[in-house]
Write a protein that binds this ligand. Sequence first.
Ligand code: SF4
Length: 276
Amino acid sequence: MQKPFSRKEAEQFFALLSAREPEPKTELRYLNAFTLLVAVVLSAQATDKGVNKATGPLFAVADTPDKMAALGEEGVAGYIRTIGLYRTKAKNVVALSRVLISRHQGRVPSDRAALEALPGVGRKTANVVLNVAFAEPTIAVDTHIFRVANRTGLAPGKTPLAVELGLEKIVPAAYRQNAHHWLILHGRYVCVARKPRCTVCIVRAFCRFEGKTEEPTDTTTKHRTQPRQGRAEKTAGKIQPSAKRTVSVKRTVQATSAASVSKPRAASVRAPRKPR
Ligand code: SF4
């Protein structure tokens, strides 16, 4: 059984993630609370990249519940055909738009019960909207967070809800607001599902995972530990920019020790690229 994280370890764990990405943001693009809600509904079992590709044109013509409801299911489906389960999602998006108009004066509600009462909105979606649109310190447990929390031993649990409640207990209050962004980015780019990149992992010293990977030493090349900044994000002033940057991490990061945590320097070190 994994040794539980102490308060101090959790503090140091998040201090490292925070130092690497001081202002993490969702990678979903949106224009307002309503388009954020729609983007999150569409993102179920889909990648943020795939959702962004579809929502760019969709939000250009429908950025309010009125406009979305006016498009109708067929109209919305035409924009989101590339996303899995698009027919069901189109139905939910139009239905939730109508509920927002009839019960909430066309606004996205800021309380969990009202959000979860909307068609196609579950606990995870509500948590993302509460966190990103209303600055609530909620933690939305997706597949990445579920994996990272269990692998590291930070908040082990058999269900997303168990992990969420575990994280609420262990994440220090100062880091609660951004915790889910840090954990998602870490799971998406470093602690990946098939072969976690343990040699460049800045929280390796705290991780309880027994199957940590070792990569061949090659300090002459770099590889990505964060998403690239695309041209659209550099230029699209209206759209929320994602916190995307390339961070190079040197192989020596594997030697990161608890002793060095109080002054994290992970963002300034470099990492090797996998051999071609
Ligand atoms: S050491 Fe490996 S398993 Fe542990 S958090 Fe880092 S990447 Fe994931």
